[in-house]
Design a protein around this ligand. Sequence first.
Ligand SMILES: Cc1ncc(COP(=O)(O)O)c(C=O)c1O
Length: 393
Amino acid sequence: MTNWQEIDKKYYMQTIVRVPVTLVRGEGARVWDDRGKEYLDFVGGLAVNCLGHCHPVIVDALNEQARTLMQTSLWYYTIPMLRLAELLVQNSCMDRVFICNSGLEANEGAIKLARRYGALKLNGAYEIITTNDSFHGRSLALTAASGQVKMHTPYQPLPAGFINVENNNIEVLKSATTEKTCAIMLEPLQAEGGVNVTADNYLQKVRDWCDQKGILLILDEVQTGIGRLGTLFGYQLYGVEPDIITLAKGLGGGIPIGALLAKEKAAVFTLGDHNATFGGNPVTSATAYATLKYVLENDIVGNAGRVGQYFIEKLNGMRNKYPFITDVRGRGLLLAIEFDSDIAQDVLIGCLENGLLVNRLKPNTLRFVPPLIIGNSEVDKALAILDKTLSTI
Ligand SMILES: Cc1ncc(COP(=O)(O)O)c(C=O)c1O
């Protein structure tokens, strides 16, 4: 039997501490490794596979479009990307869409758009304020935008124009705003940075501040968008309308796609300002259209909210049995548990052995981002495995 993990060590750039399992097949919320062992997948392609693995709606759309037209470039009108753009606008508070290939690319687009806005409407303002512990992507600009020092250190010097401030603190955000500021960029709920739930009213206060200063509010919904928090978009959870949002992960249900959406007032790109070879690709757009349509027509968002509520209540219940669980947090099906010591990797390995995939977010924190189609029975199975694992830690 081929040892794929040896091949990884020999040929692949070693940038990630991988979980020691080689996955070969998936269906719904289950995956199988190269030895045929089955796992319940509560990582879901890192908050991507909203409809689970290989959902027939996704597979069919992908196959059909692959047989019809695969790639043209944005120099031509193609129907899938226009249908997707229309569906996104009809179901959000946004007016215009640019379709790209990843979260990083969507966020780069958002930053460029905000800088164009600053150049055209705010006397050349270019700075973007972001928050500590945020994560926006791994390009150099987004490394600077992400408020995590450990990301900054290896890549100095980083592009200028990003100010990281304390999260959930409107006063520091206000004092960081100057005549150079063109936008504030936030995640509705910080995901990679720890599943840090945003304080009540904070986003409303930021919205009011942006209105007062005439600057843009960008919400990075790469992880929170498409139902993850139990609302179609994270901004709906907080009752605040941003000027720009970015999407990726759940949008394509498993294929690589991203989108930049803006209100008309902020959509200041003009001809020649932005492009991407694979932008609006027919195969990824058709697949994302089918995914989003299914999400909308089958109450997948409501399911994420209900099952997420059941899950978080049960996780909270485990705190009595395992006092070393010091926190349970999140919204919808973006949840985390924190321990009083750095045991997350041991718990992850224990869960793996017992047939459950979970994600280690920090040395003391695990994250759960299962497909949005799961029911309470999958949650019960996952909790039984977690319980079994924690009882041996
Ligand atoms: C909030 C947020 N923004 C941006 C990104 C980057 O997306 P991608 O990995 O598709 O470039 C991520 C990825 O985890 C994310 O969670």
